[in-house]
Design a protein around this ligand. Structure first.
Ligand SMILES: NC(=O)c1ccc[n+]([C@@H]2O[C@H](COP(=O)([O-])OP(=O)(O)OC[C@H]3O[C@@H](n4cnc5c(N)ncnc54)[C@H](O)[C@@H]3O)[C@@H](O)[C@H]2O)c1
Length: 366
């Protein structure tokens, strides 16, 4: 059995976590041979509810669940964490403008970025789910001067999975028959679900579906799926968000399948003409615990317009919280270099994985 890894989760008594934590403890995220320590973080008033969740986790007697710790502050909760899942965020209240929402969350994610910088494992991998996810990821990353921006990502895998599921239902295929879906941009209704590279059973998807359906039904349906679920269920998507978190972390840490493309919100390095310094969803492949943007995809006029729209929205969001971004991390976010730390999990005593660990012996190449 391998040594346990530490996974910190904020918003651990919330709806998403109520699915997520049980999947992690069952080994769906880190693999069936990887024990986990769950460091669960909540706001002080939700600690009693969190205690209930912890009791349920204990009652499942998961063989891979090594320890559960409960925290009412991120400084304790992030201590030595190898992975940090930032799920908790302030929801939009009645009469709250979008700019107010950005600002209150900016304070929360600035503190979380600083706490990760000061207390987490040097190799920590961070996935931001709490909305507005892209801009929250930027704030956290900009507040962590000693970590690489490439250690931060935001969740757009839910949009990716939604696009795949909807295309599968429409075409009569199954999700496993579909590859090459790309979500570009913001986790918001301006996102662009792009099927130009997509295949169904190895054949181009766009040659198998009607272009009017793609433009007029599919794109808006994926973009507005979150709202449709709230309308239908009276609650926002939680189980599907948890599944997407598991998928995104799993692929980032353990690698994508050969030839597979997934979508991840990452810091733009200027690829595809997207302005540097914002978190934008790109097509990526992962290996050795690192992601790499898939290059050389042709962008036609139809796609370009949509890329521009979602990029502009992210630039506007950034402008609202610009005054809260520390100047000292501006340069590192405009000149992204590969983080050589990423890919090897370091333990508090400074040792890495054993030579026999999967990270070292994988023979997949990009
Ligand atoms: N990126 C995506 O694809 C995606 C998908 C679905 C939901 N979301 C977002 O994920 C977030 C969580 O969704 P949910 O349904 O679990 O919400 P929820 O309201 O059920 O739970 C959120 C929990 O976070 C806690 N919390 C709030 N601020 C915190 C902080 N600073 N530290 C620690 N805990 C904190 C709250 O007490 C609450 O228990 C929301 O912001 C939602 O909009 C994102």
């Amino acid at each position: 059995m391998r040594r346990p890894v530490r996974i910190a989760v904020t918003g651990a008594a919330g709806a998403i976590s109520y699915s997520l934590l049980f999947k992690i403890a069952a080994g769906e995220m880190m693999g069936k041979d990887q024990p986990v320590i769950l460091q669960l973080i909540e706001l002080p008033h939700a600690m009693e509810s969190l205690r209930g969740v912890a009791m349920e986790l204990e009652d499942c007697a998961y063989p891979l669940l090594h320890t559960i710790t409960l925290h009412d502050n991120v400084e304790d909760g992030f201590k030595s964490a190898h992975y940090a899942l930032l799920v908790g965020a302030r929801p939009r209240g009645p009469g709250m403008e979008r700019s107010d929402l950005l600002e209150v969350n900016a304070e929360i994610f600035a503190r979380q970025g600083r706490a990760l910088n000061d207390f987490a494992n040097r190799d920590v991998k961070v996935l931001v789910t709490g909305n507005p996810a892209n801009t929250n990821a930027l704030i956290a990353s900009r507040n962590a001067p000693n970590l690489s921006p490439s250690q931060f990502t935001c969740l757009t895998r839910l949009d990716h999975n939604r696009a795949k599921g909807i295309l599968a239902s429409h075409s009569g295929a199954t999700a496993r028959d579909i590859n090459g879906i790309i979500i570009w941009g913001n986790h918001s209704p301006t996102q662009y679900p792009d099927l130009h590279q997509a295949t169904i059973l190895g054949e181009p998807a766009l040659s198998q579906i009607d272009m009017d359906w793609y433009r007029d039904v599919f794109i808006p349906q994926v973009q507005q799926r979150g709202g449709a679920i709230i309308d239908a269920r009276g609650l926002s998507s939680a189980a599907s968000a948890a599944q997407a978190i598991v998928n995104q972390m799993h692929d980032w840490v353990l690698g994508t399948d050969p030839g597979e493309i997934v979508s991840m919100g990452i810091l733009s390095d200027g690829s595809y003409g997207i302005e540097k310094g914002i978190f934008f969803s790109f097509p990526v492949r992962c290996n050795y615990g690192r992601y790499q943007i898939v290059r050389g995809i042709e962008i036609n006029e139809f796609s370009q317009q949509r890329l521009n729209d979602t990029e502009q929205e992210l630039l506007d969001e950034k402008a609202v919280i610009e005054h809260l971004l520390p100047k000292e991390t501006e340069a590192s976010h405009l000149n992204l270099s590969i983080c050589l730390r990423s890919g090897v999990t370091l333990y508090a005593d400074g040792t890495g994985p054993e030579q026999t660990s999967k990270f070292m012996t994988t023979n997949r190449v990009m």
